[in-house]
Design a protein around this ligand. Structure first.
Ligand code: ATP
Length: 217
């Protein structure tokens, strides 16, 4: 469903992704781990069409991302939850959801906490509640592919567990998910595939210890 072959990308003369290949089958969860600066967010930008690959192929549900306009990606069912969550802090929870076309009632059933906070300004909620709202804004669009940058950043373990429950539910409903994570343990327990990135490359042996504590590079 998500398919990258020998992807190179960067900013101007700075090459960040140096030949990344990755396959995420439909209805599975892949966790993308790696230290700061490894290129994870850059990969998310390439996947979501915000940054063009300088070479290589990026396919998303049959759409060739390198050539696709952002609306074509949306039609292919892509939904990205960027780092920082991209909710509107000065709008209420209900208003944030109303901006997405769809029925919020299923979302409120899934996250009763949000139902209770419908009239609260999104920016005044806890980090975990904001991430639930970001998730909800994605879910309401009934996506085929969800890419999440930094799912658990700064969140309490109990919230992270709740969000990962939703991740599993989505995957069993056929949604394909790529999740950038800092915390190897949580991600590894939920993901079907764990991929480690370092220095703009997928670490060959996915050996977490060598990537985080030195060794192969
Ligand atoms: P983190 O976990 O810290 O977010 P990351 O793995 O997501 O790290 P990226 O954000 O993809 O890493 O950054 C990879 C490299 O690209 C870094 O060296 C960063 O400084 C550089 N970089 C990111 N964005 C830009 C940009 N707009 N212009 C120039 N260099 C950039």
């Amino acid at each position: 469903m998500i398919d990258l072959t020998d992807v190179h990308a960067g900013y101007g003369r700075i090459e960040v992704l140096r030949g990344v290949s990755l396959n995420v089958p439909r209805g599975t969860v892949t966790a993308l781990l790696g230290p700061n600066g490894a290129g994870k967010s850059t990969l998310v930008k390439v996947l979501s069409g915000q940054l063009r690959a300088t070479s290589g192929h990026v396919h998303l549900g049959g759409v060739h991302v390198n050539d696709a306009a952002p609306d074509a990606l949306a039609r292919a069912g892509l939904c990205t939850i960027p780092e920082g969550r991209a909710i509107f802090p000065n709008l209420t929870v209900a208003e944030n959801l109303r901006l997405m076309r769809g029925d919020p009632s299923a979302v409120y059933d899934r996250f009763p906490r949000l139902r209770a906070r419908q009239r609260q300004l999104a920016g005044s909620m806890s980090g975990g509640e904001q991430q639930m709202l970001a998730f909800s804004r994605a879910l309401i669009t009934d996506p085929a592919v969800v890419v999440i940058d930094e799912l658990s950043m700064g969140l309490a373990p109990v919230i992270v567990a709740e969000l990962y429950e939703v991740v599993r539910e989505l995957a069993s409903g056929g949604v394909t998910m790529l999740i950038v994570e800092q915390f190897a343990e949580t991600a590894s327990s939920v993901a079907d595939q764990v991929v480690v990135m370092a220095h703009g490359e997928i670490a060959a042996d996915n050996d977490l210890a060598s990537v985080y504590f030195g060794g192969t590079s």
